[in-house]
Design a protein around this ligand. Structure first.
Ligand SMILES: [Zn+2]
Length: 310
């Protein structure tokens, strides 16, 4: 298996901790393809894509997880999405993660935004992050946290520690061509470790794991292969690995979905565009796919949406 575009989950034998490492390369490059964002925005998109996969660590079934940032700074909206799907045609439990991302920038981008590293607040202004989980079966869940820390990792740590009561460590790193991240999390229910001594022991080990992970440099996170990275960090602990899952760039847009979105626009507006241009052209914000609708297409869409309504 390739050493990039994957998520590697890991556990600690007999301890209530879980973790995952995500490495993105092709999926990251393809998600940015054709957008030409400033490099600081590319970096934040890479972090967001990585985080959107990492945050699904506890999900066992098909689900869509998105991370959305809104603000009044140079970035108006940033969204990264990971869709987890169990591969249907194999006996093995292989899960695929399909990722995509987009940023909407304000008209005036202030000077200095081109540089690689920018504090989150410089990019977003006053903003907030929304984490949304939509399982294929079951209820949609959304959590909100202020984007008021120095970087995305710290905001997400605050979200898990405060809103979810799950002590969590995030470390995210990007380069021009890759993004990577590690998550370490204390699991919520820990029935085996309620006895006093063991709880203490678990606390000590948790502190130690946090300290060990803190020694990791961005460069190591980006460049060292996953298994070697885990060995380097935790060789004194019994780390167990699950089979890694693959990650790829894939946009979920389609002619049908774009047409459905078009039907939300007022008929008057549609009519005036058709009179001027004879067709309506819609580009997907995520992948730049172009969808064209002439009068006949729009009549068909109108009929279809009437039929589904009745
Ligand atoms: Zn698309």
């Amino acid at each position: 298996m390739s050493n990039t575009d994957l998520i590697q989950r890991f556990y600690f034998a007999g301890q209530p901790f879980r973790g995952a490492i995500v490495k993105l390369q092709n999926s990251f490059i393809e998600a940015l393809n054709g957008h030409n964002y400033p490099s600081s925005i590319n970096a934040l998109l890479g972090e967001s894509l990585t985080a959107s996969v990492l945050m699904g660590i506890h999900l066992k079934h098909n689900a869509r997880l998105s991370l959305q940032a809104r603000g009044d700074g140079p970035i108006k909206l940033l969204m990264a999405e990971a869709v987890m799907q169990q591969a249907a045609d194999t006996n093995e439990e292989v899960t695929q993660h399909k990722v995509r991302a987009v940023a909407r920038l304000s008209e005036e981008t202030p000077p200095g935004i081109e540089s690689d590293s920018q504090a989150l607040q410089h990019l977003l202004g006053r903003g907030q992050l929304a984490i949304t989980i939509e399982p294929e079966e079951g209820e949609r869940y959304q959590g909100i946290v202020g984007a008021d820390q120095e970087n995305l990792s710290q905001c997400l740590e605050a979200y898990f520690n405060q809103s979810e009561q799950l002590p969590t460590l995030f470390q995210l790193a990007t380069s021009d061509t890759a993004a990577a991240g590690i998550l370490l999390q204390r699991m919520p229910h820990n029935d085996n470790y309620q006895a006093g001594d063991n709880t203490l022991n678990s606390n000590d080990i948790w502190e130690e794991l946090i300290a060990l992970t803190g020694t990791l440099t961005d460069r190591e996170l980006l460049e060292v292969p996953v298994e070697k990275l885990l060995f380097n960090l935790f060789h004194e602990h019994q780390v167990k690995l699950s089979p890694p899952d693959t990650i790829q760039f894939e946009c979920s847009c389609s002619y049908q979905r774009t047409g459905a979105a078009l039907m939300q626009i007022s008929p008057l507006e549609i009519e005036s565009i058709l009179e001027a241009d004879q067709e309506i052209v819609m580009d997907c914000e995520f992948c730049s796919a172009r969808y064209r609708f002439n009068r006949k297409d729009i009549d068909n869409l109108g009929q279809q949406s009437n039929e589904t309504r009745h």
